[in-house]
Design a protein around this ligand. Structure first.
Ligand SMILES: N[C@@H](CCC(=O)N[C@@H](CS)C(=O)NCC(=O)O)C(=O)O
Length: 201
């Protein structure tokens, strides 16, 4: 199997962390591709019509895309139980919250990349950051018991999202006023799976 990816993507990191946590890194090769709005590589466009990473080309069966689908596939493959069979809906909402934070944070990067500092729409950027901030507030206020429980895909998503904020939005100081979440991330970031997947670039 081949995972189409690019280093800094938080959605890719979710998959990579899950692969480490479930002992499946040897089952997958990685292919670096350019995933850019308006500049999608042909290989990626052929694998995923949406032109987004991650995409997983399998030896048998069609290509899988969207990190949620790929994570679920590898969880199932390993019988890892990272979707908490006893608490699936809560776990999926936590994963969706993490994904939403990533989406807004990635869109902010695209806005600046495409329009530049001169042309960027400040109100739109702030609107995206409000989504991030509200998501972080919810995590800090309501999700700490879940985050401190047994490892699951929701925690992996939150770890990838916070790592991306440190990489691309350090100036926003997401830790301020969110002590519980910040303390949780300090510990979570020490996991070997997180250390092995620190994004670059
Ligand atoms: N919902 C998707 C989002 C993936 C996504 O937005 N990936 C970004 C990179 S971080 C991408 O490929 N962007 C290129 C584009 O939108 O054309 C997932 O969970 O995999």
């Amino acid at each position: 199997m081949q995972l189409l990816m690019s280093g800094p993507s938080p959605f890719v990191r979710k998959v990579l962390v899950l692969l480490h946590e479930t002992g499946q890194t040897d089952a997958v090769g990685t292919v670096q591709v350019t995933a850019a709005v308006g500049g999608t590589e042909a290989q990626l466009a052929a694998a995923n019509p949406l032109g987004k990473i991650p995409a997983l080309m399998r030896d048998e069966g069609p290509t899988l895309y969207d990190s949620r689908v790929i994570c679920r596939f590898f969880d199932d493959r390993a019988g890892a139980g990272l979707y908490r069979p006893q608490n699936t809906w809560e776990t999926l909402v936590l994963e969706a919250t993490a994904d939403g934070i990533m989406e807004a944070a990635v869109l902010m990067v695209y806005e600046i990349r495409f329009r530049g500092d001169e042309g960027k729409n400040a109100a739109w950027l702030e609107g995206q950051w409000e989504k991030v901030a509200r998501g972080l507030d919810a995590l800090n206020a309501r999700w700490m018991a879940h985050l401190n429980g047994p490892l699951d895909i929701g925690q992996i998503g939150v770890g990838a999202a916070l790592g991306y904020l440190d990489l691309r939005h350090e100036d926003r100081n997401w830790r301020t006023g969110r002590n519980a979440l910040a303390a949780w991330y300090e510990r979570f970031a020490e996991r070997p799976s997180m250390q092995a997947t620190i994004p670059e670039g």
